[in-house]
Design a protein around this ligand. Structure first.
Ligand code: ZN
Length: 122
């Protein structure tokens, strides 16, 4: 991972001992994205919210929650099973720090375009 401090996500509360919902890696190794508190599984690139806050902005004790809309989770599982490719779907602002996310997102979007039957109803 190119992001300089990405691996520090592994020290976030509740980051350890988690099983990825997409690639089933356990425990997940994390790398931060550019969104506050969001990290990606280093194996498959699925983004999760590691640091979660309540309405008063206090950090809450919660397990990582996947930052993928529920209806797209089975699509990403199928993509992982077919390609074993890193998607890098975290929120990225400075692309030069994340060349693997640039390539991963482009590949997954292309795959979805080539597999229109997998696109969930809106
Ligand atoms: Zn994963």
């Amino acid at each position: 991972m190119a992001q300089k401090y990405g691996s520090m996500a592994n020290g976030a509360p509740n980051a350890s001992g988690f099983t990825c919902l997409i690639c089933e890696t356990s425990p997940v190794s994390w790398t931060w994205s550019d969104a506050h508190g969001e990290a990606m599984c280093t194996k498959c690139g699925t983004p999760y919210q590691l640091i979660q806050r309540d309405e008063d902005k206090n950090i809450i004790d919660a397990l990582p929650s996947i930052n993928i809309t529920e209806k797209w989770v089975p699509v990403l599982k199928q993509y992982w099973q077919e390609t074993q490719r890193f998607t890098g779907l975290g929120a990225i602002m400075i692309w030069r720090d994340y060349p693997e996310c640039d390539a991963g997102q482009e590949a997954v979007y292309r795959w979805v375009d080539e597999h229109p039957a997998v696109v969930p109803a809106s």
